[in-house]
Design a protein around this ligand. Structure first.
Ligand code: FAD
Length: 405
């Protein structure tokens, strides 16, 4: 845990947060963040989970750093981190943080680029968890080279008309709204792109789920056929969507810097799992010395990643805007999470080969699926190679090798 020093104001806030959690977080939900994960697949909360979501949202703490005038908590970055620490201590969780892409990507981008009317209309429902958003960027012919996108948006007088196809649209089958990059001028590449907010509940949109290697269908092909968007649902100006799109990606990458991610990790510490599966030597250490060295190296990398995040948060102070450094942290988080997954599977030996059946515990089966789905970490939000390009170009100032994001 980061030491923020003897900051009296922060410690006062810590006391307030602790007392509020004590009074409002239902004990029945302690450590049950998994129940919120079920909401990702279109579920509606009930009972204590519904009550907890409402209390946290009414307090503005589902989006702690967002402005209070749009329903957010108005906290500084450091206060938000203290709140998270206090939530972790009592096993509390944010029930809507990962439900759709409103909190992590679309909301922050609307706050950065939206008009006051757009913020008033779209931000409060995100804070309350009432709407789900998806992000429509990738197309069959536009992934890393995103600016090649062709989904066409025309001015149809009283509305925008959209035709084309997106792919890999996470959660599109459950989403109420889509933040999409569309082509509004075919004569220019980057300067011919606009950012449109599109209501998903209309006949002109069809979603077809795609199965991922780990068995779930978290994303879709999304088809737009004469789909409509209101004239005032364009974010920023016509043909100025590329800058908006890049900012959203920075928010996305910043939200993916936690190394817990989809790495398939189990709550048991890796070293304990290694001792249990592989055995111990006479000194009580992991019996296999090569494995022991690699586990130790991984634990040091994990610690270094955590400390780097804490330092970046402390240095950012009031500034919640991510920059290109999000690319460094995203790659680092991916390395840590994927290495942990690989080591976990290796430690489990043949127990790490299960897909279903009684020969494996549910933890073991989950680990295998987590290992598979964790492969996606180095692809979504822009692949690891694209992050390296951004780091070399925008942080290290090396020559421009790509026209990508
Ligand atoms: C689980 C998951 C969820 C996703 N969710 C969404 C979503 O919600 N919305 C959305 O719009 N998209 C989403 N995506 C798509 C994701 O953003 C793209 O897959 C990603 O940007 C890569 O694009 P691509 O798949 O077309 O691969 P390509 O661009 O074809 O890349 C193929 C390979 O070539 C490498 N490569 C390409 N260009 C370069 C270069 N210039 N320099 C070096 N290497 C290069 C890449 O690193 C990669 O290894 C998701 C993807 C996954 C896996």
């Amino acid at each position: 845990m980061a030491d923020f020093g003897a900051d009296v104001e922060l410690e006062t806030f810590r006391g307030e947060a602790r007392a509020w959690l004590e009074a409002n977080f239902p004990a029945s939900l302690r450590g049950k963040a998994g129940e919120a994960m079920n909401l990702m697949e279109g579920g509606t909360p009930a009972g204590d989970l519904a009550a907890w979501r409402k209390r946290l949202a009414d307090k503005g703490w589902t989006t702690p750093t967002w402005p209070t005038e749009y329903g957010g908590g108005g906290l500084s970055v450091l206060q938000a981190r203290v709140l998270q620490q206090e939530m972790d201590k009592v096993g509390a969780f944010n029930p809507i943080h990962s439900v759709g892409m409103g909190i992590t990507m679309i909301g922050p981008t609307i706050l950065d680029y939206g008009t006051p009317e757009q913020k008033k209309r779209h931000i409060p429902p995100i804070v309350k968890g009432e709407v789900r958003w998806c992000v429509g960027y990738s197309e069959p012919g536009a992934g890393s080279d995103l600016a090649s996108l062709t989904t066409k948006c025309e001015d149809a007088g009283d509305h925008w008309k959209v035709n084309g196809q997106k792919i890999w649209t996470s959660g599109a089958q459950y989403a109420d709204w889509c933040g999409a990059l569309v082509r509004t001028d075919t004569s220019k590449k980057h300067e011919g792109i606009s950012f449109l907010l599109i209501d998903m509940h209309q006949p002109g949109i069809e979603t077809r789920p795609i199965k991922l290697i780990a068995g779930a269908s978290p994303f879709c092909e999304t088809f737009f056929t004469d789909a409509r968007a209101a004239k005032d649902d364009m974010l920023s100006d016509l043909n100025k969507g590329w800058s908006v799109g890049k900012r959203l990606l920075q928010h996305e990458r910043a939200s993916q810097t936690g190394a817990g991610g989809m790495g398939g990790g189990r709550s048991t510490p890796l070293q304990d799992m290694a001792k249990s599966y592989v055995g111990v030597d006479e000194a009580g250490r992991i019996a296999d010395s090569d494995l022991r060295t690699r586990v130790a190296r991984h634990l040091m990398d994990t610690k270094a990643h955590g400390l780097t995040i804490a330092r970046a948060t402390a240095e950012a102070r009031g500034n919640a805007n991510p920059g290109n450094a999000a690319s460094v942290l995203k790659n680092s988080a991916t390395n840590v999470a994927q290495t942990r997954s690989e080591l976990t599977l290796e430690i489990m030996g043949h127990q790490g080969l299960g897909w279903d059946g009684d020969a494996f515990t549910s933890d073991e089966l989950q680990t295998v699926r987590g290992w598979l789905s964790g492969k996606a970490m180095s692809i979504y939000g822009g692949s690891a190679e694209i992050q390296n390009n951004i780091i070399s170009k925008r942080i290290l100032g090396l020559p421009d090798a790509t026209q990508s994001t």
